[in-house]
Design a protein around this ligand. Sequence first.
Ligand code: MRU
Length: 353
Amino acid sequence: MALYGADEFSPIIWTGSSVRLMDQTRLPMEELWFETSDYREIVGAIRDMMVRGAPAIGIAGAYGLALAAMELSRTANGGFSDELGKAGIEIKNARPTGANLAWAVDRLLCVSRSAQSVEEVVSDLTAEAVKIHKEDSAFNHEIGKYGASLIPWGSQVLTHCNAGALATGGYGTALGVIRTAWSDNRIERVFATETRPLLQGARLTAWELVQSGIPATLVSDSSVGQLLRKGMVQAVFVGADRITANGDVANKIGTYPLAVMAKETGVPFYVAAPTSTLDLSLSTGDEIPIEERDASEVLEFAGKRTAAIGVDALNFAFDVTPNRYVNAIITEKGIVRSPYRRTLSALLEAEVA
Ligand code: MRU
């Protein structure tokens, strides 16, 4: 099996018998790769955010299940399918909010059911994981083309968190739109929010933009109102972790206030995501499980305590933006707008047809 993930930059590389992950907790100071063939270490890497971003987590989870199948083909005595199912649950539980992780694991488990032998399960799951990986980066190029068409010439745009190559199989969703728009000369500057508390904007989006030669300005999360009110931003682009049937969007904490502020100031707010992030089994965003992470991420900065001793912290990793603040959702199948309950289901039906 060929090395996959090395032709276009991807934070995940499949070697045929192991997975390499770019350790995103170390960026931008160190570009280190972590390699494992143990699915339990993939679970740990997802939980500890060595790999993060909903689509990238889905791809890592898919490779994780393929690795579990390889291991079980050597160790399981008769209970292969049950053990594989248990590994799938363990992987899916690594992080709860992003839809792509459960979507990818379930897609592989479904493939495993039509295999005729354990050997066939191993090769089919491996092939399916590579397919998910390839599809994701290809879809992002489609998202990029659709999204770029929404950007007026000479725009300054703003993005939150990291929805770039690092968060996906390659190229990025919101950052994919920005990359395409930059190469079409539509964009003059990108504002990236720091994204407290783990600084995905300052560490990861800024790193990607600088690497790509796209003029980038970092702003604190609390600057967005001032930037938008002063007319310095013509469009906001974010990714998504889960989108429900009515078009509500879970994304990195701080997305909801950004969307409200964009509406208040008349700036269009766009969500870019592959259809694998859609979860039409949930009716509204109220049903999305929102991950709460360790308080230490808020109480400390770079491993050093910064908050007053004795105070506690509440650390929601994501928030939900109600659909009324979302001007459009950009997918690999096209752009959809309100009423989302109708347009999103029509989009997925078109996929099946
Ligand atoms: O906690 P993270 O870094 O995994 O959160 C990532 C985000 O919220 C991204 O915006 C989202 O997953 C979309 S990535 C294409």
